[in-house]
Design a protein around this ligand. Structure first.
Ligand code: GDP
Length: 297
C-alpha cells in the first residue's frame, strides 16, 4: 500500500546499530543490559536515569552511539520478524562462562543465522570461580560458531555484568562490527519505524515505543502503524525527555495514537489523515476477513 522510496546516495548518513541480546535463561541477558546502561548513562544527563521504554541508546568512550533493544530474549526477536520488522543489526549472544551451550543458546544461534544478522559472543560471568571460557568456545565451535580465539571471525569478549569487566571491550566489538556493516539511513525522508512495545496508558492513552529505522519522525506527523493510525502529539526519548524529532535508530515513545498497535508493527508517515485512516481501516478489514476465513475452515 505504501510505496518504497528510493533514497539517493547523497542523502544517506551513517546510523547507529541496533543490538539485541540473546542467550539461555539465567546466562545474564538482563544483567548485561542493565550494566551497559548504568555504565554509560552519565548521571549528570537530564533525568540521569533511563526510562524503560523498551530500547535505549548509549555512547561509547570513543563517541560511537549504539541502540540496544531493552527486551532480552527470543520472543521479541521472532515476533518482530514474523510481523515483517527486521530491526536488529547485531546479536550479542550471551553464554555463561560457568555453564554450557544450552538449548536457548542454540536457538539464538539459529535465529541470528536465519535472519542473516552477525553475532558477537559475550562470555559472561567471567568473575565466577568455575568460569571456563575455553570450554564455551569449544562448545560453540560444535555449533559452527567459530570465535576469533579459535581462529574464526566471530568476535568474542569475556565479560562480567556484575564487576563490569570487559564491558568496554564488548561495546568496542559492537562498534567495530557496526563499522563493517556500513549502516546507513536517510534522515531527510518521511519516517518509517517499528514498534518495540506498546500499551494503553491510563493517563496518556495508547503509547508505542517506536524505533525509527529510516527518515525522521516529528511532532505533528501523520502516520499509520499496523491497523492503527494517528498524529504525533508528543515524542519522549529514553531519558524521559520530550523531543521534537527522532532520526534513524533512535527509540522514542509516540503519543497520539487512535489505538494500541502490536510489537513488530511497522509505522509509516503519510500525507493526510484521510490516507492514514483509509490504510488502517483497510488493514483491519483484511485481518477480520482472515480471521473469518480461519473460523470457517
Ligand atoms: P537472564 O535470564 O539471561 O536475563 O539472566 P539474568 O540477568 O537474570 O541473570 C541471572 C543470574 O545470574 C542473576 O542472579 C544475576 O545476578 C547473575 N549474573 C548475571 N551476570 C553475572 C555475572 O557476570 N557474574 C555473576 N557472578 N553473576 C551474574
Amino acid at each position: 500500500v505504501i510505496a518504497a522510496i528510493e533514497d539517493s546516495e547523497d542523502d544517506l548518513v551513517s546510523r547507529p546499530p541496533v543490538i539485541t541480546i540473546m542467550g539461555h535463561v539465567d546466562h545474564g541477558k538482563t544483567s548485561l543490559l542493565d550494566a551497559i546502561r548504568d555504565a554509560k548513562v552519565v548521571s549528570g544527563e537530564a533525568g540521569g536515569i533511563t526510562q524503560h521504554i523498551g530500547a535505549y541508546q548509549v555512547t561509547t568512550d570513543e563517541g560511537v552511539t549504539l541502540s540496544f533493544l531493552d527486551t532480552p530474549g527470543h520472543a521479541a526477536f521472532t515476533s518482530m520478524r514474523s510481523r515483517g520488522a527486521q530491526v536488529t543489526d547485531i546479536v550479542v549472544l550471551v553464554v555463561a562462562a560457568d555453564d554450557s551451550v544450552m538449548p536457548q543458546t542454540v536457538e539464538a544461534i539459529n535465529h541470528a543465522k536465519a535472519a542473516g544478522v552477525p553475532m558477537i559472543v559475550a562470555i559472561n560471568k567471567i568473575d565466577r570461580p568455575a568460569a571456563d571460557p575455553n570450554k564455551v568456545r569449544a562448545e560453540l565451535l560444535q555449533h559452527e560458531v567459530i570465535v576469533e580465539q579459535m581462529s574464526g571471525e566471530v568476535q568474542d569478549v569475556e565479560v562480567s555484568a556484575i564487576t563490569g569487566q570487559g564491558l568496554d571491550e564488548l561495546l568496542e566489538a559492537i562498534a567495530l562490527q557496526a563499522e563493517i556493516l556500513e549502516l546507513n539511513a536517510n534522515p531527510k525522508r518521511s519516517a518509517q519505524g517499528a514498534v518495540i512495545e506498546a500499551q494503553l496508558d491510563v493517563g496518556r492513552g495508547p503509547v508505542a515505543t517506536v524505533l525509527v529505522q529510516n527518515g525522521t519522525l516529528r511532532q505533528g506527523d501523520i502516520f499509520v502503524v499496523g491497523e492503527q493510525f494517528g498524529k504525533v502529539r508528543a515524542l519522549i526519548n529514553d531519558k524521559g525527555d520530550r523531543v521534537k524529532e527522532a532520526g534513524p535508530s533512535v527509540p522514542v515513545e509516540v503519543l497520539g495514537l487512535n489505538g494500541t498497535p502490536e510489537a513488530g508493527d511497522v509505522l509509516n508517515v503519510v500525507e493526510t489523515e484521510a490516507q492514514a485512516r483509509e490504510i488502517a481501516e483497510y488493514r483491519e478489514q483484511v485481518s477480520k476477513d482472515k480471521r473469518a476465513a480461519a473460523g470457517a475452515a
